[in-house]
Every structure is written in structure tokens, then in C-alpha cells.
Ligand binder design. Structure first.
Ligand code: THU
Length: 145
């Protein structure tokens, strides 16, 4: 048997040193979190995507008394994006949390639709973590080999 290991490349920068364009996207995600509906967990999440057109769209988590019916911030903005801009390519996404497994898989599909890597910005306290592709966040995500 052969043993392998995976290295996940990512970069980080202090939030107050972010370039203006990144700062815009991060700010949009942070603002979107304010409109989250999270009375059950109390955990508000915001997400912002930038399309190839430059347009920024936002989403947030929307919970439900029937817990599994709730939706994460990432999936809310991704569904909105593809529903209203079917030919749009998502270039990057900023999230105020670290995406759950389902959201990573959904992001992987958007990356496929875009035909090029989606850059991911995770807002982590006073730092931003950058991933060049969703694939870095979900090694061995569901796909055909
Ligand atoms: N949540 C997100 O919005 N995104 C994630 O990637 C993980 C979790 C939400 C779901 C739920 O409303 C709350 O955070 C607590 O789990």
C-alpha cells in the first residue's frame, strides 16, 4: 500500500492590509451577515460573490423552525446567483465563516460552471485566508475520477 498526503495551499493577510478590491468583497459579506435570520443558532453568516462582470451579490443564512430546512449563507447567494444570472461566472466568494462540507461541494459545482477557479476569501477574526480554488478546500470532493 502506498501512503499519500495532501498539502492545502492558502495565504493570509491582516484585514487592515487588504487591497481595496478584496476589502470591498469582505465588507459586502460582513454587511450581508447583518440580514441573516438565525434565531435558532444565533450564528449569523454572510457571503458575497463577485461575478465576471464585476457585480457583487450577497447572501446570508436563513434558518427555519424545521432545522434542516435552513440554508447556509454560501448556498443562499450561490442559488440566487445561478437563478438570476444563469450564465454568470463566479470569480470569487468571501464568507464570514469557514464553509461547511455541503457548501464546499456546491461551490465546487459553481467552479465547474465557471470553467475557472473560484478564489475563496475566508474572514477569520482579524485575518483573511485566501484559497486559489474551491478544490483546495475540498480535496476528493464528489466528482468522477
Ligand atoms: N452556516 C452557514 O451559513 N454557512 C456555513 O458554511 C456553515 C453554517 C449557518 C447554518 C446555520 O444557520 C448556522 O450557520 C449555524 O450552523
Amino acid at each position: 500500500m502506498k501512503k499519500h498526503s495532501i498539502t492545502i495551499p492558502y495565504s493570509e493577510i491582516k484585514t487592515d492590509r487588504l487591497p481595496t478590491k478584496d476589502s470591498e468583497l469582505v465588507q459586502a459579506a460582513l454587511e450581508a451577515a447583518n440580514n441573516a435570520y438565525a434565531p435558532f443558532s444565533g450564528f449569523k453568516v454572510g457571503a458575497a460573490v463577485r461575478l465576471h462582470t464585476g457585480e457583487i451579490l450577497t447572501g446570508n443564512n436563513q434558518e427555519n423552525a424545521s432545522f434542516p430546512a435552513g440554508i447556509c449563507a454560501e448556498r443562499s447567494v450561490i442559488a440566487y446567483t445561478h437563478a438570476n444570472h444563469p450564465s454568470a461566472k463566479i470569480q470569487e466568494i468571501a464568507v464570514t465563516a469557514s464553509p461547511c462540507g455541503i457548501c464546499r461541494q456546491v461551490l465546487l459545482e459553481s467552479e465547474k460552471r465557471a470553467g475557472s477557479p473560484i478564489r475563496v476569501l475566508l474572514i477569520h477574526k482579524d485575518k483573511i485566508l485566501f484559497f486559489d480554488s474551491v478544490k483546495d478546500l475540498l480535496p476528493f470532493g464528489f466528482d468522477s475520477f
